[in-house]
Ligand binder design. Structure first.
Ligand SMILES: Nc1ncnc2c1ncn2[C@@H]1O[C@H](COP(=O)(O)OP(=O)(O)OP(=O)(O)O)[C@@H](O)[C@H]1O
Ligand SMILES: [Mg+2]
Length: 476
């Protein structure tokens, strides 16, 4: 076959059967015939799609890369089939594919009628304007739907996270309110005692001795080792007896406070010696108030710290103050996701972290990866139904970083394994799962990060393995 194709030949191709003489002449002038020997690759997936091909003779095979494998998706010898720059007529917009979506190989010797992508685009836009509008509507409509669904799912996930987070925040907040109320009472009590002291019944040197002895005792209390419940109750008995013997009222209210603060009889004797017996009762109550207020302030501080930790995790999780693409340590996102999901994970599930701290940073969109971890952990927790072990493992796997989320649930039955990554596939009751978790995770890992996500599952041991490249991938 020669380099061109006469118009009457072109009319025999089904794509062109209704074109006018004039149009066929235009095509005959612009197009060319190309021949490829058996085995030759005509174009490769991912190369700029600069030509539109129509098969004239021979057998061709189309294949696509699926992770590490090249999978044949089509093989045909039908005259007139077309491939290549088949979407060249779409208007230029970010996200419109301009690369070959598959690779094409000549299985036997092949001949094609070939148009440049530009000619093909001009011709279709000019000759079939209405069809192009409809096709564009279809393409952009589908793309928008996908974006919306993705956002919707993100919102739903965020909603459930927010309610979990609110629950978590509520505990320390309530603790702060409680402690503050108790503190107010104690401080009022101390003011009352202060008034009594100031009435002047007490010799100034005794008062001075009291203030001097209290400071070291408070310091000691801060460092007191935690007593076991047995030790604590023994200590309380000892202290209570001593207080009783020395005529201190409220002995059995004070004993537990002193015991918790790590005081012993020796300590109390020191106080007795310093302030004298007539003031002992007042002095010890004063000490009790002081120790209690210290404890309450520590409680408030702890609760406050817990609130900041949670807010910090939420911020890290949502990556509110960070750029979208950066070099990240996967552990940070995993940790904040675990904190965020703490409420959902509950107490019946043991969390095991098997982390390789020496992993290098990887180029990634951290907020998106957090969404992946959230979906996988959410699924694992749901599969275990309240009891089991959740394992988060990281490791290096050649030139990739492996993140594995494992659970001890019933696993995914073999007949479902093909389907779980499909959008809207769910085995959860209506209203509970959207079936988008794994679809979105797949797209984030594979399309956005050039990684892969795999399932290894048997009853009692299910692992979702995410592998992410350590080096920068060409943008997709
Ligand atoms: N760890 C797992 N163990 C057992 N089955 C799983 C596990 N993870 C996923 N699956 C199965 O895969 C299905 C799809 O998961 P996917 O996350 O896509 O949707 P979903 O969890 O059902 O809903 P959504 O994530 O939107 O709430 C689940 O319904 C479940 O049957
Ligand atoms: Mg899910």
């Amino acid at each position: 076959m020669s380099g061109t194709l006469p118009p009457e030949q072109l009319r025999t191709l089904f794509l062109f059967e209704s074109l006018s003489e004039e149009q066929l002449a235009w095509l005959a002038e612009r197009g060319r015939v190309e021949e490829y020997p058996a085995g030759r690759t005509v174009f490769a997936e991912g190369d700029p799609a600069d030509s539109f091909f129509i098969l004239l003779s021979g057998t061709l095979a189309l294949s696509r890369r699926v992770q590490a494998d090249e999978v044949e998706v089509n093989r045909t010898d039908q005259r007139g089939v077309y491939m290549g720059a088949t979407q060249a007529y779409l208007r230029d917009e970010p996200g419109v594919p301009r690369e070959y979506a598959a690779s094409m190989r000549a299985v036997s010797d092949c001949a094609f009628f070939v148009l440049s992508a530009d000619d093909f685009a001009t011709m279709t836009r000019k000759w079939f304007p209405m069809a192009i509008h409809l096709l564009e509507g279809l393409f952009f409509g589908m793309r928008n739907t996908q974006v919306l669904i993705g956002e919707r799912q993100r919102l739903a996930a965020l909603g459930s996270l927010t309610s979990g987070l609110m629950h978590e925040l509520n505990n320390p907040a309530a603790a702060i309110v409680r402690a503050t109320a108790a503190l107010r009472e104690r401080v009022a009590g101390m003011r009352h005692k202060l008034a009594l002291l100031a009435d002047g019944h007490i010799a100034p040197d005794r008062l001075r001795a009291l203030t001097h002895i209290i400071e070291p005792i408070i310091e000691r209390a801060a460092k007191a080792p935690e007593l076991t419940p047995m030790q604590a109750s023994d200590r309380e008995d000892e202290l209570g007896d001593w207080l009783d013997e020395h005529g201190v009222g409220a002995a059995w209210d004070l004993a537990p406070i002193f015991a918790a603060a790590g005081l012993d009889i020796e300590c109390l004797s020191e106080v007795a010696e310093a302030v004298g017996s007539e003031l002992l009762d007042q002095a010890l109550r004063w000490l009790g108030y002081t120790l209690e207020t210290e404890q309450l302030m520590t409680d408030i501080e702890d609760a406050g710290t817990r609130v900041s930790t949670l807010v910090g995790a939420a911020k890290q999780y949502s990556q509110l103050d960070r750029a979208s693409h950066q070099w990240i340590d996967v552990h940070e996102g995993l940790k904040s996701t675990l904190v965020m999901l703490g409420h959902k994970i509950g107490t019946g599930i043991r969390v095991v972290k098997d982390l390789d701290r020496s992993l290098p940073r990887i180029p990634a969109h951290p907020a998106e990866l957090n969404q992946v971890w959230t979906n996988l952990i959410d699924n694992a927790v749901a599969a275990m139904d309240g009891a089991g072990t959740l394992t988060v493992r990281t490791a290096r796997d050649g030139d990739r970083v492996l993140v594995e989320i494992g659970d001890t649930g019933p696993g995914v039955p073999p007949e479902l394994r093909q389907r779980i990554f499909e959008p809207f596939f769910t085995t959860k009751p209506v209203g509970e799962g959207t079936g988008l978790g794994l679809d979105i995770s797949y797209r984030i890992v594979v399309n956005r990060h050039g990684g892969d996500i795999r399932l290894v599952s048997q009853p009692g041991d299910t692992r979702f393995q995410v592998r992410l490249p350590i080096t920068e991938q060409p943008p997709t």
